[in-house]
Design a protein around this ligand. Sequence first.
Ligand SMILES: CC(C)(COP(=O)(O)OP(=O)(O)OC[C@H]1O[C@@H](n2cnc3c(N)ncnc32)[C@H](O)[C@@H]1OP(=O)(O)O)[C@@H](O)C(=O)NCCC(=O)NCCS
Length: 164
Amino acid sequence: MTHDPLAPRPVRDSQSEMDEIVLPNDANPLGALLGGRLMHWIDLCGALAAHRHSRNHVVTASVDHIDFLVPVRVGDLVILRSSVNRVFTTSMEVGVKVFVENYIADSAQHVASAYLTFVAIDREGNRLKVPAVIPDTDEQKRRYDDAGRRREFRRSEFNRRNVR
Ligand SMILES: CC(C)(COP(=O)(O)OP(=O)(O)OC[C@H]1O[C@@H](n2cnc3c(N)ncnc32)[C@H](O)[C@@H]1OP(=O)(O)O)[C@@H](O)C(=O)NCCC(=O)NCCS
């Protein structure tokens, strides 16, 4: 039996998690995590899910806006979770949700969420088709539907910004 590389794959197969302890080099002089460092981690964690789902190289095509909801401090444990919300043709929307975990109090707070679009490419930079993603849970189905609406919005904003 031949393996079809474009066979659809469930969301759960590529869901990813990345954990980071905030060190002084990640923070401003007041000991608060730099927004740029968090954006870097969000990009990496998003790419994990995109790599796992597409089983190919990917580039970040866009990052939707990010709100930083609560400050994060040196010594805090940051948890990032990513999953592929929807695949289009060569691109996929990945959602990344970030929490700060207080491991002493055993509590977690939502820090930020972001939607990123990754495009699968080969070593020469040619775009590649990505297998469809199968949402199983109600939450995954909601994200799948929402991703379609976000793509339309993203496209119209892209065209508006890049009118020459
Ligand atoms: C992203 C990139 C590969 C798209 O190439 P392109 O020639 O514009 O390709 P197309 O217009 O045919 O689009 C290819 C796919 O990317 C999507 N895409 C392109 N630009 C996008 C954007 N700004 N946001 C979201 N999706 C985008 C398209 O919708 C299309 O998706 P589909 O195949 O699933 O329908 C190209 O712009 C690129 O290489 N950018 C630099 C990426 C990079 O270096 N990232 C790291 C940051 S420095």
